[in-house]
Design a protein around this ligand. Structure first.
Ligand SMILES: Cc1ncc(COP(=O)(O)O)c(C=O)c1O
Length: 288
């Protein structure tokens, strides 16, 4: 953790940034979060991340004490205070403090925390050689139970279970399916695959997080004239794909070369994936 943390309207030294044991996020997973990346001292797609967390909070019926613009300003100020160039910014907001799950018992404002840190999810070799992914038994939540567009704290228990399964099988990531067996997403990343020059990705309504890297990549692909098809797929589509890759704030764009021990294409990062990774880094540089 870097030197300063934003906690409930103040910038406090990180060793003094504590949250109550009665915090509803801690007790019940009642809150939402965001992971944002900073490149060269600037938060990437900050407006979109702030918009997404405000939408999550609105849906959870948690009212932020500041406007989205003011909050984005606090995030930028924290980056400056911590003097960090490349960082992972973690925003965590819970309903507030109360014992008992009834939200009417909450007195006072939501708990709001922003911290910055270093995060590298995968070693460089995995970006060069690609990730091996396995299908895990833990399914994504049914959207009628847990709306996936809400990046809620509680939802991630399933993703952590799924990650444990992937770790136990020695895989780089775990592919989560929907209840009826369609391909959804990985534990912390969205999934894309290439077939006959078209890039395909599962539709949001299946129960995936609408990733901000996912939308960035779709825009970049369309800009370079590659057709993107959003649809419903099974594992067979991935097994028989020419290339595949994952996207996320933590992972950025990373090639996926195997699913359940089957090679995807020739089992090496594909040409379109490599080109896209280059386009993605060029885009980041162009914003700096
Ligand atoms: C389950 C899940 N899917 C996809 C993503 C990718 O989303 P984004 O690109 O906004 O980081 C994340 C990242 O946090 C995630 O947790």
């Amino acid at each position: 953790m870097d030197k300063w943390v934003f906690l409930n309207g103040e910038f406090v030294p990180s060793e003094k940034a504590h949250v109550s044991i009665y915090d509803h996020g801690f007790l019940y997973g009642d809150g939402a979060f965001e992971g944002i990346r900073a490149y060269n001292g600037r938060a990437f797609k900050l407006e979109r991340h702030v918009e997404r967390i405000y939408n999550s909070l609105h849906a959870l019926y948690i009212e932020m004490p500041y406007s989205a613009e003011t909050f984005a300003g606090y995030i930028e100020k924290l980056l400056e205070m911590n003097e960090v160039k490349d960082a992972y910014i973690r925003v965590t907001i819970s309903r507030g403090l109360a014992l008992g799950l009834d939200p009417r018992n909450i007195k006072g404002e939501p708990t709001v925390v922003v911290s910055t840190d270093k995060l590298s999810l995968y070693p460089k070799s995995m970006y060069e050689n690609g990730l091996e992914v396995v299908t895990v038994a833990t399914r994504v939540a049914n959207p009628q139970v847990l709306e996936p567009r809400i990046k809620s704290l509680g939802k991630y228990v399933a993703n952590i279970q799924a990650k444990l399964e992937a770790n136990q099988m020695g895989a780089g990531e775990g592919l989560m399916l929907t209840e009826d067996g369609h391909v959804a997403e990985c534990t912390g990343d969205n999934l894309f695959f290439v077939k006959n020059g078209v890039v395909n990705t599962p539709a949001a309504y299946l129960g995936i997080l609408e990733g901000i890297t996912r939308e960035t990549v779709i825009e970049l692909l369309e800009k370079i004239g590659v057709k993107v098809n959003v649809g419903v797929f099974t594992r067979f589509d991935i097994y028989s794909a020419d290339e595949a890759f994952l996207t996320g704030t933590g992972a950025e764009v990373i090639p996926m070369v195997k699913l359940d021990a089957r090679n995807i294409g020739d089992g090496k990062p594909g040409p379109l994936t490599k080109r896209l990774i280059q386009e993605f880094y060029n885009y980041i540089k162009s914003l700096a």
